[in-house]
Design a protein around this ligand. Structure first.
Ligand SMILES: Nc1ncnc2c1ncn2[C@@H]1O[C@H](COP(=O)(O)OP(=O)(O)OP(=O)(O)O)[C@@H](O)[C@H]1O
Length: 658
């Protein structure tokens, strides 16, 4: 569970017998950029353990580490705001690899010169490297790297050699005798083609690490930690959503403690995917976990909660996203608390396990993810029993050293099914937030003006003969600045018969369409999301809606449509390529009484903070999209009108619609 709970964790740790320190560790000193996290991931991917420490760490604290990496950062080494550090970090005699700002700091510290250049370099550039330098062994003499810098090294210190250049700029320095290396570029990112080889060269060639921090070894370490913290008698409670993190957590606990001592609870709130709760139970039971599955569908549908002194509910009559979330969160707490009471679980006898991952802990920027998502996680963690356990410091987080892909590798190692291990992230409230509930069209004042701006933009960009644009009568959430806000959803549809309502668009036309879709929110600010609407052209404002709430038949309609999309994605082997594919029920009937429409949001991202839609013909085969649309409009799922394909990057559109 990603909710942070530093003090409880600390307390739990003090109760634990220290797990033997791993001698082969790298310290990554964070000079203030987001890149520290990426370096952390890269080092671990190479089976070397590492910790992220602040740049101003006291040198004595570096004693347990065999080598040091200094990360990039936004400042200038000469700036008054340059991050502080202790000179002693350079006097430990350990190998040091300075990256970007880290190289400038290394150069500056040992007496070289760093200057602001007239031109910044930002992007992928070819550089020349000296292949005789240990850092570049096995790397071609010309290679592409990611550079983002305004300052540059203009003179290297005594004892250092220039080992890489971008034009006449120095982008690599080395003092092999003291094991000191620096690069101006970012070897840790994918855009640096041979970056991984360079990281390997430093870790294995220069520092002599053995690469023993493997999934299997780490599994043993995690199991040792669990058994030491929990001791020989107590049990562990784990709430299993069916997501990767909590499932792997349950599997690991089971391996560490055995079936009798792991109390795994799953709640079917009625908004899971088609038959998903059954599949989750089957997958966990297959490896021996005793999963208690509670079907609470009607409890949730009929649930009320108090908001600002008012009773709100039942859930299946609500249209407000906030009220829906609050009822679901509160009901989840109530239901799990009751389940614990019914099972006779006493706070004194158990620990609570949470599937917190390493990025959850590293990422102080997690507030950006979404205020509401935080809210539901807090709810999940906030039952009376959980509060007692937290106050007592009896929380364990066995996955806190793992990144998501490492959790997947561990899940596979533990024998979990491929389906479960590769399950895409799914929101806690499930399909409930993928059904846009409403009792009236979204028609704020000034809507005609927005429609007119859209039409003018279509004309200006030369698309008027090919595409119609239309404001739909719903709003969806998006990212604006640091916050989230609701705004208009726009549908683009095809005018030309040859396009067959969008089904016959070529990859080149899709690419052009994606550019058009991307331009719209940039120019028409009250729009945050744009879709291609398959079928006949729709121009002008759409006013008609189908009144929609979370009634069971409505949820079931989305479950069936979602299943068609998932099946097709699996068939075309797209599940691993696309980070997430929300399938959303829109309350727009497009002339068919009582019907709904479906929006498909294919989303590609590594960090979930930003992302892009998968463009048909580029990241997803056009045939896969056509297959989905044809199946969904063939009557296979009753009561569907139109299908829309979301073409919005994040920002401005969030992954989810509400
Ligand atoms: N339906 C559910 N039944 C039982 N526990 C749940 C359920 N939904 C969420 N939880 C618990 O709340 C935690 C946080 O929920 P959230 O949906 O935010 O998960 P997550 O961070 O994506 O992790 P996961 O991969 O385990 O789903 C889960 O890890 C799980 O412990």
């Amino acid at each position: 569970m990603p909710t942070r709970n530093g003090s409880a964790t600390k307390k739990a740790k003090t109760e634990a017998v220290e797990v033997a320190a791993h001698a082969e560790k790298v310290a990554i000193l964070d000079a203030g950029a987001q890149y520290g996290k990426v370096i952390d991931r890269r080092v671990r991917e190479l089976n070397v353990e590492c910790d992220l420490l602040p740049l101003d760490v006291e040198p004595e604290k570096l004693a347990p580490y065999k080598a040091i990496i200094i990360s990039g950062g936004p400042q200038s080494v000469y700036g008054t705001d340059a991050p502080k550090y202790d000179d002693g970090i350079f006097e430990t005699g350990k190998p040091i690899f300075g990256i970007c700002y880290g190289m400038q700091l290394l150069n500056h510290h040992f007496g070289g010169k760093v200057e602001k250049k007239a031109k910044r370099e930002d992007g992928q550039f070819p550089i020349e490297v000296k292949t005789e330098c240990a850092l570049f062994e096995g790397v071609p003499s010309r290679t592409e790297v990611l550079l983002t810098h305004g300052d540059s090294v203009s003179a290297v210190p005594n004892g250092f050699a220039e080992v890489a250049h971008s034009g006449d700029l120095i982008v690599g320095i080395a003092d092999a005798s003291r094991h000191l290396y620096g690069v101006q570029f970012h070897p840790e990112v994918d855009l640096s083609t041979d970056g991984k080889q360079m990281m390997k060269n430093f870790l294995f060639g220069v520092c002599g690490f053995s690469g023993s921090y493997t999934v299997v070894n780490r599994e043993h370490m995690a199991i040792a930690e669990i058994t030491q913290i929990v001791g020989p008698v107590k049990k562990v409670l784990v709430l299993v959503s069916g997501g990767v993190d909590s499932s792997v957590c349950a599997a690991l606990l089971h391996k560490a403690l055995g079936r009798e001592r792991v109390i795994a609870l799953h709640v079917d709130h009625g908004f899971m995917r088609l038959d998903e709760s059954k599949k989750v139970c089957k997958a966990l039971e297959a490896i021996g976990v005793d999963l208690h599955n509670l079907d609470a569908t009607s409890d949730f549908a009929q649930a009320f909660t108090e908001i600002n002194g008012r009773q709100e509910g039942p859930l299946d009559e609500q249209v407000s996203p906030e009220i829906k979330r609050k009822i679901i969160g509160d009901t989840f707490m109530r239901v799990t608390q009751k389940m614990c009471t019914d099972l006779g679980i006493h706070a004194d006898d158990v620990y609570l396990a949470q599937g917190t991952l390493r990025p959850d802990l590293i990422e102080s920027a997690s507030k950006l993810v979404s205020g509401n998502a935080e809210c539901i996680k807090t709810h999940h963690n906030d039952t009376q029993l959980v509060r007692v356990l937290r106050d007592a410091g009896r929380i364990i987080e066995p996955l806190k050293d793992y990144h998501k892909d490492e959790v997947r590798a561990l899940g596979t190692e533990l024998g979990l099914s491929e389906d479960l291990v590769w399950r895409q992230p799914f929101p806690g409230p499930g399909l409930a937030i993928r059904i846009l509930c409403t009792d009236k069209p979204y028609a704020p004042a000034g809507r005609e003006q927005v429609q007119a701006e859209l039409e003018a933009l279509t004309k200006e960009l030369g698309h008027v003969d090919d595409f119609a644009v239309s404001l739909l009568p719903v709003q969806t959430v998006g990212v604006q600045g640091d916050g989230r806000s609701y705004a208009h959803l726009v549908a683009i549809s095809c005018r030309k018969a040859a396009a067959k309502g969008g089904l016959a668009l070529s990859p080149a036309q899709w690419a052009q369409l994606a550019e058009f879709a991307k331009a719209i929110p940039g120019r028409v600010h009250s729009v945050n999301r744009v879709c291609l609407l398959f079928g006949d052209a729709v121009s002008g404002l759409v006013d008609e809606i189908t009144p929609t709430t979370l009634k069971q038949h409505v949820v079931h309609k989305l479950q069936l449509a979602d299943d068609v999309v998932t099946e097709t994605m699996k068939k075309h082997k797209l599940m691993r390529k696309l980070a997430q594919v929300p399938v959303v029920l829109l309350p727009v009937p497009f002339g068919i009484a009582g019907a709904h429409s479906i929006a498909i949001r294919t989303f590609i991202t590594n960090d979930f903070m930003t992302g892009t839609p998968a463009i048909p013909g580029r990241q997803v085969p056009v045939e896969a999209v056509v297959e989905i649309v044809e199946r969904l409009t063939s009557g296979e799922v009753a009561g569907l009108s139109r299908i829309a394909y979301d073409l919005t990057p994040k920002p401005p559109g969030t992954t989810e619609y509400e």
